[in-house]
Design a binder for this molecule. Sequence first.
Ligand code: URA
Length: 292
Amino acid sequence: MPTDDASLARARRILTQRLESLSRAGVMQIGKLPPPVEGLKAAISNQSLAGQAGSLPHVPPPPTLRKEPDMPRAKAVPVGPAAGSLLRQPYPPNVEGKDARTVALDLINSGEVKGCKLCRELAAYRTQTVFGVGAVTPRVVLFGEAPGADEDKQGEPFVGRAGQLLNKIIEACTWKREEVYILNTLKCRPPDNRPPEPHELANCRPFWERQLEILQPDYIVCLGTHAAQSLLETGEAIGRLRSKFFTYRGSKVIATYHPSYLLRSPDAKKLVWDDMQMLLKDMGVEIPKKAS
Ligand code: URA
């Protein structure tokens, strides 16, 4: 089977076009992604056979469009020597050293988010979009509100003061920042850090919905009112949403106070720690004695 650069580039182009056309057709979710190495091998092999036979090139079937309802979910990592990592099994690396989830996320980011002008005010105001960062096979996703000045400058969520506090929460849970995935309800910084407008939340929703569909985390932590209300599609106050579990498309969800709120109201840190302890217990992670 030929595996030269031209064939690989061609196979990659076909997969890219397929994903882009699904996106143009309004497909907002993809279910279980095919193993990338096999998908690429099939594309390369079919391309070369089709070329010999002079027939139309065969394109491998697209990823399933819906999540299978009984898709096996990762078990809680048991406490013990093997419990070191929060990461689930990575997808096999593909030929360019990127796994299928990374490729799919990159396509959304570079193909759609970076140039998005759906919210005219935000697009004019932003320095850059802030897509999301972290492990692509995370057990835990942290879902915030919107980029602030620091995030707008650096292109990464939660890198300012609220981000430093979030890092402390992550450490208190015995995790590493690079083991979780962090994203926001909005990809652009609202002017003067005002709260997101309903139409902005609606415009950005398909992006984070598709990110979550690709990431398939076991747990999602909604940080603050806007994240919790958007994800759970409710108008309920954060104080009433915290301290219980919800589900979102197969992921368990908790809501807690936003780190920016904790900067203004440090007394609420205790409540956030209670929420995180509830999450850790459910994950089967040994609960650290003290939060920092
Ligand atoms: N607040 C958020 O909600 N998200 C960020 O990325 C930074 C601050």
